[in-house]
Ligand binder design. Structure first.
Ligand code: G6P
Length: 606
């Protein structure tokens, strides 16, 4: 995701800013830039691409100065290019921003009425203009006034040409840390960026601000009231920090899910009217109402998300859906009727089979909608319209947070289409209100990680696993099995629970762990029977049940309880313990879970 570095001191700052950006590269980015304060003005240099390119390009002679800010951008609003890169300068103000300004369109209109002209497509540029508009001689006061007009999230670093040596930082929802040095002070979105200079840091909380100069750090809140903050000592090394203190990116990403799911629905739901707005879809109400059939194209984990989408869209939006392996679709002669849309789901947006399947669908006249994570990726660019899942960079090869964000977007799409067809506002309201509680419920599951570790210890040396589920939990069974085989190399199969008796039941004996998803939903009564079938053959039952369920618990060897939620949202919760189980088993077996053998993060070859 995006990264911020700010430094004010007495030495040339450009090389230190570049070094700080390099330390943030692991977070993923698509463009970068720096802004330096100089007598009589600001000097900004930015570009698309890697830090090493920025470094080569930088007019070093012209970038001299002892106070500046820098940024790595991972595109959200607007494609990755030089104009959209940060810092954004407007007149005497330069700003680097992480987060999303949700009301940027209305702010922009107001500023345009005052004569402001905008160069980029970003929400951040609007904030730079707003701060300039509010400026009357004291930068922190202008920032405070501007932020009071803003809805959304931010971690920002701001400089003004008339206030040498001063950097103002503010935080709401996007991390910001102050590095306290000697004769120099630092600001960053991530300690990794400043660890080479100081280990003394102050973590800002939401609604707090800081003004740093070479010899001073002043913390306040957005109302300009002084806030006393503790200076903490960093004891971690760089590698640990980049992984947020976790041993692997995969577990970091699993733990990010309360936040990433929130980021997927933030600004897109209207809980009071039970409706959804997906700006990137660019379809009129008439077009939405006239979708006759949906084909979902995807591979791997994204294909599993597509299967969940099939259950949701057919059940609640009453639209026929087919989910296709992209690699199969592209070599068939698929029938595309008028009114067919193709949803292409891909975390990376670069998977070649998915891309080629989408191109084939387009050639055959389908309208194509991309659901991707990486902004500016090929699928995002080539689909006619789309929705970004906003999960942030996913580094672990086994996909986790992208899956739950994809399912969140498919849930939103279901409500959007359902409301144009048959769904009542009351139903939409109920789902969207509950969706807002899902991050908290997922956090509850994450807090049970040690309980799942104990189950992993019992089964880590088994050679086979079976995963069973029904309804929208069937794709979760597939996903649980995929996670396990991807990173621990244990053979695992996911099956629709009732289908077990047509084959896999032959494998069940006391050595076969069977993970059964039995949350209390529409399939509950049926799946109870399937659990009995496993038990009768002495298979080891690890059940995922709704809190308080004693019936299935009595039949199980191990029980994982999930908080109660709506049927429609259950897959978002049931997948979490399966991700954790796969992770713990792989780690106990000594595997490198981030780089499993033979697998790639983005498969760009057929
Ligand atoms: C690879 C990855 C999987 C991913 C699949 C599809 O196989 O290892 O984790 O699910 O590609 O990737 P996409 O980027 O298209 O979602």
């Amino acid at each position: 995701m995006c990264g911020i570095v700010g430094i004010t001191g007495s030495r040339e700052v450009a090389p230190m800013l570049i070094e700080g950006l390099r330390r943030l590269e692991y977070r993923g980015y698509d463009s970068a830039g720096i802004a330096i304060q100089q007598p009589g003005g600001l000097r900004v240099h930015k570009r698309q691409g890697k830090i090493k390119d920025l470094e080569v390009d930088l007019p070093w002679e012209e970038m001299q100065g002892i106070c500046g800010i820098a940024h790595t951008r991972w595109a959200t609003h607007g494609e990755p290019n030089r104009v959209n890169a940060h810092p954004h300068q407007f007149g005497p103000v330069a700003l680097a921003h992480n987060g999303i300004i949700e009301n940027f369109s209305s702010l922009k209109i107001q500023l345009e009425k005052k004569g402001h002209e905008f160069l980029s497509e970003t929400d951040t540029e609007v904030l730079a203009h707003l701060i300039e508009d509010q400026y009357d001689g004291v930068l922190e006061a202008a920032v405070q006034r501007a932020l009071k007009l803003v809805e959304g999230t931010y971690g920002i670093a701001v400089i003004h040409e008339a206030e040498p040596g001063k950097i103002v930082g503010a935080r709401r929802g996007s991390p910001l840390v102050v590095g306290v040095g000697k004769g120099a002070n630092y600001l960053a979105s991530d300690v990794a960026a400043i660890l080479g200079h100081t280990r003394q840091v102050i973590y800002l909380d939401d609604w707090e601000m800081v003004v740093i100069t070479p010899d001073d750090v002043v913390t306040t809140n957005i109302n300009n009231e002084a806030v006393a903050k503790e200076v903490e000592e960093i004891t971690w090394d760089l590698d640990q920090i980049q992984k947020g203190g976790y041993p692997y990116y995969m577990i970091k990403e699993i733990n990010e899910q309360p936040m990433t799911i929130h980021d997927a629905f933030r600004g897109r739901i209207l809980p009071d009217s039970g409706d959804v707005k997906l700006g990137g879809l660019q379809l009129t109400d008439w077009e939405l109402r006239n979708i006759r059939r949906i084909i979902i194209l995807a591979c791997g984990t994204s294909w599993h998300a597509g299967l969940v989408g099939e259950y949701l869209l057919e059940e609640y939006a009453q639209i026929p859906v087919e989910v296709e392996y992209a690699s199969e679709f592209r070599y068939r002669s698929p029938i595309i009727d008028p009114g067919t849309i193709c949803l292409t789901i891909s975390q990376s947006g670069e998977t070649i089979d998915t891309l080629e399947a989408m191109r084939e669908a387009k050639r055959r006249g389908a309208k194509t909608i991309g659901i991707t994570n990486v902004v500016g990726s090929t699928i995002a660019r080539e689909s006619e319209c789309g929705v970004y899942i906003h999960a942030g960079p996913e580094i672990g090869v086994a996909s986790t947070k992208a899956f739950t964000s994809q399912v969140t977007i498919l849930t939103l799409l279901t409500i959007l289409l359902g409301r144009r067809n048959n769904l009542s506002a009351e139903f939409g309201m109920r789902v969207l209100q509950e969706l807002q509680r899902i991050p908290g419920k997922i956090q509850k599951m994450l807090d049970m990680s040690d309980d799942i570790l104990r189950i992993a210890e019992v089964y880590k040396d088994h050679s086979n696993f079976l995963y069973l589920g029904r309804g929208p939990n069937f794709p979760i069974a597939l996903e649980g099995a995929l996670k396990l085989k991807e990173i621990s190399y244990i053979h695992a199969e996911g099956y629709p629970a009732a289908e077990m008796k047509h084959g896999p039941i032959a494998l069940i004996d006391p050595n076969m762990p069977v993970v059964v998803l039995c949350s209390r939903d529409g399939s509950y009564e049926k799946i109870k029977g399937n659990v009995q079938e496993v038990r009768a053959r002495k298979g080891k039952i690890i059940s995922v049940v709704t809190e308080g369920d004693e019936e299935i618990a009595a039949l199980s060897d191990h029980v994982i309880s999930i908080p109660e939620t709506l049927d429609m949202l259950t897959p978002l919760v049931t997948v979490i313990p399966l991700q954790l189980l796969a992770y713990h088993i792989a780690v106990l077996r000594g595997e490198d879970v981030d780089q499993p053998r033979n697998l790639a993060k983005a498969v760009t070859v057929e």
